[in-house]
Design a protein around this ligand. Structure first.
Ligand code: ZN
Length: 305
């Protein structure tokens, strides 16, 4: 490379790097490829892109990165003048894919965040799928799971419930924390159903994360009262004690139902618990051909796997 070609390449590089100095990254919450490609978009706008630069419409997805995303931003600019500048402006404190909807009226995500799981243990099966509806409030984000979780036992008892709302606070300033709140109804097909109330934390709350509820029989009678904290432990007392008020912790006839297990000393990359990891244990599911179903799902495989 020499002469004009070299000069163009060098100027393009300067445009790219100087953009990084001035652009916003949503406090580093924006996807890396997007901030990179806003920089490449500047190169494109200055007509400094070399001959090898991606062509409009190339690539498989908008956030593929590299020049594909720069071309995508160029396309968005053709729909709305000044789009990329407006997007950058919005990314000052935080990033949300919703900015595309706000500016263009169209979502970029054609793959909504659907989580599905299925697992089996001795005597039980658990499955569910969840979509996540999110609301961005500027300093916090509210996540409303949509979907039903099902736990089925071998004796035919089925329990179904939905998750409560999760909010993550202080996305911009202060200490980041999350809270779960709302009412969870665990519907049973046999004798028992349960109602759990996750109390929303208030600013002055000295006793956050509280969960209280009742277990009801099929005739609607309260059989047990539940109380505890979602990040500590849950206890139950037989019968209806909900009117006794705040003194739950001191009740000597309370029985422990669940207690949080301490996080491992050496956390995994995704903070999976030991339980979550054992759910992915494929040892018992190796099929006749000697392949695990997971490998079969991934397509043809060779016998060395
Ligand atoms: Zn860069």
């Amino acid at each position: 490379m020499q002469g004009d070609e070299l000069r163009t390449a060098f100027t393009a590089l300067m445009y790219h790097e100087m953009t990084h100095v001035f652009q916003w990254s949503g406090n580093f919450t924006a996807p890396g490829p997007l901030t990179e490609e806003i920089a490449d978009y500047m190169v494109l706008r200055a007509k400094l892109n070399g001959a090898g630069f991606a062509l409009p419409g190339q690539g498989d997805r908008w956030d593929e990165g590299y020049e594909v995303t720069a071309r995508f931003l160029e396309y968005c600019d053709s729909l709305m003048t000044g789009f990329t500048a407006a997007l950058n402006n919005k990314m000052r404190y935080a990033y949300s894919e919703d900015y595309f909807v706000q500016l263009l009226g169209k979502p970029v995500s054609h793959h909504p965040m659907i989580v599905a799981c299925h697992c089996e243990g001795t005597g039980w099966r658990f499955w569910g799928d969840n979509n996540l509806r999110s609301k961005f409030w500027g300093r916090s984000i509210q996540l409303d799971p949509v979907g039903v979780l099902t736990l089925e036992f071998d004796d035919g008892e089925v329990l179904q419930w939905s998750k409560v709302t999760t909010s993550i606070y202080n996305l911009i300033l202060g200490k980041l924390y999350c809270d779960h709140y709302g009412t969870m109804r665990i519907q049973g097909n046999c004798k028992y159903s349960c109602k759990l109330k996750f109390k929303e934390q208030s600013i002055i709350d000295r006793n956050p994360h509280q969960v209280q509820g009742i277990v009801q029989g099929s005739n609607g009678k309260t059989l047990a009262t539940l109380f505890g904290k979602w990040d500590e432990s849950m206890h139950y007392v037989t019968g209806d004690c909900s009117r006794k008020g705040k003194g739950f912790e001191s009740l000597s006839d309370a029985h422990l139902l669940w207690k949080r297990s301490k996080p491992p000393q050496f956390p995994t990359r995704y903070n999976l618990s030991r339980f979550a990891i054992t759910l992915n244990e494929l040892k018992n599911y190796i099929c006749k051909q000697g392949h695990s179903p997971l490998i079969l799902l991934m397509g043809p495989c060779n016998n060395t796997l």
